[in-house]
Design a protein around this ligand. Sequence first.
Ligand SMILES: *Cc1c(COP(=O)(O)O)cnc(C)c1O
Length: 390
Amino acid sequence: MSELKTLDKTYVAGTYNRFPVEIVSGKGSEVFDDTGKRYIDMGSGIAVNSFGIADDIWKNAVIEQLDKVQHTSNLYYTAPCARLAKLLCERTGMKKVFFCNSGAEANECAIKVARKYAAEKKGAEYSTIITLQNSFHGRTLTTLAATGQEHYHELFQPLTPGFVHTPANDAEALIKLAKEQKTAAILFECVQGEGGVIALDKEFVQKIAAFAQKEDILLMVDEVQTGNGRSGALYAYMNFGIQPDVVTTAKGIGGGLPLGAALLGDKVQSVLGFGDHGSTFGGNPVACAGAVSIIERMDEEFLADVRKKSEYVFSALSGARGIKSVSGMGLMIGIETERPSAEVLKTCMENGVLCLTAKTKVRLLPALNIPMEMLAEAVDIIKRACAEQE
Ligand SMILES: *Cc1c(COP(=O)(O)O)cnc(C)c1O
């Protein structure tokens, strides 16, 4: 471990403050470090390993495709990419899919779609994208500009122009801003993930959706973290009774391999033409074959099970000693603790549970198929860590 740590610190760019744990293997929601210590994984690689580690069905789909062809470029047709696009459209009512490799790239695609759509419909000056304060949309210079948190911006000026931020859950303020600006689109997360696992008010979402529809402003939902079953619906917007024009996703869709997607609705399905956008790796057959095996299994019964587990976690943690509040949706849960979250994480880790943080909260993003007994075991350890006195 210490040799690896030195190697990593010497040669890997210092962008990550890693926990002192080397993960060497796992199965489902259990992971093992280099000393053989077992942990219950309540982070699933930040909502990526939707069915946990080395899930057999996903693994077989990936291996089967690897044995055929691992990459072709987008100059040729491949079956997994087309099958995944069909599956996503059938399950969402969206019309077309652009594939890429990450959440930031999915949002970049959405922004390009919005700019082109508005330029063609209303004129090139209609380029403003409205996003929410406390949002997170990615790390590229454009998605950083979209991200409504100043501290991410400071060191990287100038960012891509054309982004304005407005408070969440204030429909009047958003509508006023949209009218002042030449607005192309509104982009938001239904549950702000990195911002502290905070769900938007349903009324706010419905109001801005109706306004956007009326004004022909695109409604774009960032489902990079909330998507692919995480919220207890296939996509979180489905819990809000709206139909977006663009849905972006990544993280959990690939079940562990890099994959992003921008789903394009009725209005914008033909905005991107030949040469308007592209990605060398986008729609990679191995990633897409794995993703088909993930999305295919997220049927109503599966999603009901996610909601049941969610209710269990909320009721077990709400009002428990040392816990001030529990927020989120589905298996995307934020815990406001009396102890500093970093200390809660440390205690959990010592006791064999891996958690995440979001702002000052403890954040839980377990694999969606975590067995109930294992979930209960982890919740118990988390509860005790929150209740501990200094
Ligand atoms: C993680 C995340 C992103 C960025 O995704 P990457 O794959 O890291 O580029 C964008 N939006 C939201 C809501 C996210 O949670």
